[in-house]
Write a protein that binds this ligand. Structure first.
Ligand SMILES: [Zn+2]
Ligand SMILES: [Zn+2]
Length: 369
C-alpha cells in the first residue's frame, strides 16, 4: 500500500534508532493493518539496540503495542475494521503440538517467525527503495501503522485506554503470567521478585492479586526498590548487600515459596535460586545474552527438591489471559496504570531508551495520534 508508516530502525548495534518513512504492503492472507495507538518501551527492545539480543537488520522495533484495525486482508474471520487489539509478542499458530496442547507460549512456528523477523505466514510487509525490513516479534509497534498476522492479536473491549492495553502485550502478560501461570502461585505463598523493571513490578502486582502472604522485591537500584514498595511489596532488598540472602531467609523462615527473576544476569538467577526454600520454585523470565551459561549446584536442586522453570510470554494463552488480566485491571485488582512513568512522542524514542538504560524509568509509552 502507499500509506505511510514511520518505524524506527537501526542498521547496527549501539546506534540510536532512526525514524524513517517506509512503504507497507497490503495485509496478506490472515493479516490485518493496525493503526498503532500506544507502544511501550521494553528492555527487550534495548537488548536488540545494544546487541545483546542479536536480530536480523534492518528491523522495525517495538513489541508491546495496542491499536485499532483499519484494514483486513483475505481470509480474516475473527477480526473486523474498528476492532481494538493488543499485540502478543509471539504469534500462536493454533495448529502445532504446543498450541494444540495449551502451550502457545512455546508455539514452534511462532518462534521461527520471530527468529526470522517475519510475520507468522513467513512474509515481510515493510520496505523502502526495494529493500525489505524485518518485523520485530511480529509487532513492530514503534510505527504509525503495522501489518500483523491475526495470530499475533487479541481483541479487547473498546473501553480500555490504549496506553493501558499496550502494557498487557509484554510487561503485564510476562510479569503476572510468571507468577500466576508458570509458578502457579497460591494465596499464602511467599514471593520474591528479582529485577524490578516493568515486568518485575508487574509480577509484584500479580503476586498481590493472587494473595501472596509476603512479597519481597530485590534490585540493586534504590529507585526500583522504592517503586516496588509503592506497588505493594511488603519488603524490599538491596540484592547487592552481602547479607541480603540471609535477610530473606530470616524473614521467610528458610526461603521463599516462589522466586521469579527478570534481571537477565546469571548472578541474579543464582540469587533467586538460592533464596528459594526447600521444595520451592524458581522461575526465570529474563532474556540473557545467548552465550550466557548458568552454574548452579545440582545437589541442591535434587536434595532440596527445588524446581527451576523457564517462562516465556508468562506461560500465557494470550487469548485467554490478556482479557482476564485486563478485567483484573478494570476491577481495581491489577493497578497497572502505575507502571507508566513517562508518556512520549515517537520522536523522543532515543531519549526514552537512554532513560530506560539508565534505570530512571519504569514503563514509557509512546502515544500516537
Ligand atoms: Zn518486552
Ligand atoms: Zn503453534
Amino acid at each position: 500500500m502507499s500509506s505511510v508508516s514511520v518505524p524506527p530502525t537501526f542498521t547496527q548495534p549501539f546506534k540510536p534508532l532512526t525514524i524513517e518513512e517506509v512503504e507497507l504492503d497490503e495485509p496478506g492472507k490472515e493479516e490485518v493493518l493496525v493503526k498503532i495507538k500506544a507502544a511501550g518501551l521494553c528492555h527487550s527492545d534495548l537488548s536488540v539496540i545494544d546487541g545483546n539480543r542479536p536480530r536480523p537488520l534492518p528491523m522495525a522495533l517495538g513489541h508491546e503495542a495496542a491499536g485499532e484495525i483499519v484494514q483486513v486482508g483475505p481470509d480474516v474471520k475473527d477480526f473486523a475494521v474498528g476492532d481494538h487489539v493488543v499485540f502478543a509478542f509471539l504469534p500462536s499458530c493454533g495448529h502445532c503440538i504446543y498450541c494444540q496442547t495449551g502451550r502457545p507460549a512455546i508455539c514452534a512456528p511462532g518462534a521461527k517467525a520471530n527468529n526470522d523477523g517475519t510475520l507468522l505466514g513467513g512474509g515481510r510487509r515493510i520496505h523502502k527503495n526495494g529493500e525489505y525490513y524485518y518485523h520485530h516479534l511480529g509487532v513492530s509497534g514503534f510505527s504509525d501503522y503495522a501489518v500483523a498476522s491475526v495470530y499475533s492479536l487479541v481483541k479487547i473491549d473498546k473501553d480500555y485506554p490504549f496506553e493501558i492495553a499496550a502494557l498487557f502485550g509484554c510487561a503485564v502478560m510476562t510479569g503476572v503470567g510468571a507468577v500466576v501461570n508458570t509458578a502457579n502461585t497460591k494465596a499464602g505463598d511467599s514471593v520474591l521478585v528479582v529485577g524490578l523493571g516493568g515486568v518485575g513490578l508487574s509480577a509484584i502486582l500479580g503476586a498481590k492479586a493472587v494473595g501472596a502472604s509476603k512479597i519481597i522485591g530485590a534490585d540493586i537500584s534504590k529507585y526500583k526498590r522504592e517503586s516496588a514498595a509503592a506497588f505493594g511489596a511488603h519488603e524490599t532488598i538491596d540484592s547487592s548487600a552481602s547479607d541480603s540472602l540471609e535477610t530473606i531467609q530470616t524473614m521467610t523462615n528458610g526461603g521463599v515459596d516462589i522466586s521469579v527473576e527478570f534481571a537477565g544476569a546469571m548472578p541474579a538467577l543464582d540469587y533467586a535460586f538460592n533464596a528459594t526454600k526447600r521444595g520451592g520454585t524458581t522461575v526465570t523470565g529474563a532474556l540473557p545474552h545467548p552465550d550466557a551459561r548458568l552454574s548452579l549446584n545440582p545437589l541442591t536442586l535434587v536434595g532440596q527438591e527445588k524446581t527451576l522453570k523457564g517462562c516465556y510470554l508468562g506461560s500465557c494463552v494470550p487469548m485467554r489471559d490478556i482479557p482476564a488480566f485486563l478485567n483484573l485491571y478494570k476491577t481495581d485488582r491489577l493497578p497497572v496504570d502505575k507502571l507508566i512513568s513517562h508518556r512520549l512522542k515517537l520522536e523522543d524514542i532515543n531519549e526514552g531508551f537512554e532513560r530506560l538504560a539508565s534505570g530512571d524509568a519504569i514503563r514509557q509509552v509512546i502515544l500516537f495520534d
